[in-house]
Ligand binder design. Structure first.
Ligand SMILES: [Zn+2]
Length: 124
């Protein structure tokens, strides 16, 4: 995710991201709004996030276990993971799980084609 969007999340939800993420937000900008809405709901619950990343085309968010996360927090995260299955990771438009060169990603058609084209140019 681009640094400006990351900074916005860090600044707006200082408690949720107080420990700093292990590797930053490891997903593309299309999921920013999903993370924004999830963060707004998690922040008041007193939990902290340790990792947020794309895995097998879904958005995965991991909480810091030291803070004893509630079942509510996990339910919110699961809901967001579900939403990520139909949201393009690159642009935020409706998307679907797609395979590209053995790599899974949830993408809309235009973004899928763009990735395919870029990859094609990089490896003729
Ligand atoms: Zn897209």
């Amino acid at each position: 995710m681009n640094k400006t969007l990351e900074e916005i999340l860090f600044m707006k939800f200082p408690n949720l991201y107080s420990r700093g993420l292990d590797f930053g937000f490891q997903c593309n900008d299309g999921w920013f709004l999903l993370l924004w809405h999830l963060s707004a709901k998690l922040e008041p619950l007193g939990v902290t996030v340790s990792q947020a990343k794309q895995k097998f085309g879904n958005l995965r968010v991991y909480l810091d276990y030291n803070k004893r996360p509630s079942a509510d927090a996990y339910a919110l995260i699961q809901g967001t993971e579900q939403s990520s299955k139909t949201t393009c990771e690159d642009c935020g438009q409706p998307g679907e799980l797609s395979e590209l060169y053995h790599w899974w990603a949830t993408l809309c058609k235009p973004c899928y084609n763009m990735r395919k084209e870029r990859r094609g140019h990089a490896h003729p």
